[in-house]
Design a protein around this ligand. Structure first.
Ligand SMILES: [Zn+2]
Length: 99
């Protein structure tokens, strides 16, 4: 997936802009509801795009060849993207020590 890095970056940026647009359109909306909707749509789209091909010997599709494997791959990516986010740690995290 790393070899489509520009598409990856651009898509992520567009999705963030969509979230910002939706939040601007509905100032009364809970940001967490918008975030859950974005995530639900992203997961749905990811599963659609990651269906294995029909070749049961295909090595490229091996990591996504069953529902359980796809979810494992999704979790791996989720962890990776979360940890690389600027928002992974928050100054209001309950495990942050206050001086
Ligand atoms: Zn394949």
């Amino acid at each position: 997936m790393e070899h489509h890095f520009d598409t990856h970056e651009e898509t992520a940026r567009e999705l963030v802009e969509l979230g910002n647009r939706l939040a601007d359109l509905r100032p009364e909306a809970d940001l967490r509801d918008i975030a859950d909707g974005l995530l639900a749509g992203a997961v749905h789209w990811w599963l659609y795009a990651n269906q294995p091909c029909e070749d049961r010997e295909c090595e490229e599709c091996a990591p996504i060849s069953t529902a359980d494997r796809r979810v494992a791959e999704l979790r791996r990516l989720l962890q990776e993207f979360a940890q690389s986010s600027d928002y992974y740690h928050s100054p209001t995290d309950h495990d942050v020590a206050h001086a």
